[in-house]
Design a protein around this ligand. Structure first.
Ligand SMILES: [Zn+2]
Ligand SMILES: [Zn+2]
Length: 255
């Protein structure tokens, strides 16, 4: 059965209990990494995900808390002897920033020493786009309303037909509601409990978004440092009226 494993659940300013928010979608044969925080290989190993099972990396936007682990992730895949291609998906701005970051580490030279192939795939920034089709999953995206160009993702298990959606960073946004329509699980950011925050959502707003989308379950991620779990839960549950989970690092959700 497919599952989402939260590798981190913190906001940009996090605390000692939470890595920055990123997650892996693990199937029977393959896995998809969504965003890439600071210690991906250590976290994936702890989560029991085979590094070689990851064929696709989806980057939602180029704020550091979502992207900064890419360089060490690529280096470590190389050190494990990887030979096969890794596909990296993102908006043109995100891919440009990723390449620039890798350039700072002079990764062009790595290819002279047997570095595995990396293919970049540009996600268009319009409507709902079907981006990735694998034997186990389909991945669709929309752009969100954030401080810079950002995508939300919907991943459907082809085996179960169930869908999970990750909002990434966004303020209240109708395109995310559309993408999350009747999703089995909506992973929505909640950077505050109830306070308005430019480009972001509160837990209360995440609950309202989940209700509008008729999602079946809401999991809060991208949580504030030292956030009060009870208050986050109560704020989201009030607006949603269905099952709410406050995300924890390494929590697993089957779908
Ligand atoms: Zn963020
Ligand atoms: Zn952001």
């Amino acid at each position: 059965m497919a599952q989402v494993i939260l590798l981190g659940t913190g906001a940009a300013l996090s605390d000692e209990t939470r890595e920055h928010t990123y997650m892996v979608v693990k199937g029977d044969e393959s896995s998809i990494l969504i965003d890439c925080g600071g210690s991906p290989v250590q976290r994936l190993s702890k989560a029991g995900v085979m590094l070689d099972s990851i064929d696709h990396l989806v980057l939602t936007h180029h704020h550091p808390d979502h992207l900064y682990g890419v360089s060490v992730f690529l280096l470590d895949l190389w050190l494990t002897g990887r030979k096969k291609v890794l596909h990296i998906h993102g908006l043109s701005e995100t891919l440009r920033a990723t390449r620039a970051m890798m350039h700072a580490f002079e990764w062009e030279r790595w290819f002279d020493f047997g570095f595995f192939p990396v293919e970049f795939h540009r996600v268009p920034n319009d409507a709902i786009n079907l981006q990735i089709v694998t034997p186990e999953f389909t991945v669709s995206t929309v752009t969100t309303e954030h401080l810079l160009p950002t995508i939300a993702t919907r991943i459907v298990s082809r085996k179960s037909g169930k869908a999970i959606v990750y909002s990434s960073d966004t303020q209240v946004c109708s395109s995310v509601v559309e993408l999350a329509r009747r999703a089995d699980i909506l992973f929505h950011e909640a950077t505050t409990v109830d306070k308005a925050s430019l480009g972001h959502s509160s837990a209360r707003q995440a609950g309202a978004q989940a209700r509008r989308a008729c999602a079946k379950k809401l999991v809060l991620v991208h949580l504030p440092p030292n956030g009060d779990v009870k208050k986050l839960h109560a704020a989201a549950a009030k607006g949603f009226g269905r099952a709410v989970v406050v995300g924890k690092d390494f929590a697993r959700f089957k779908f």
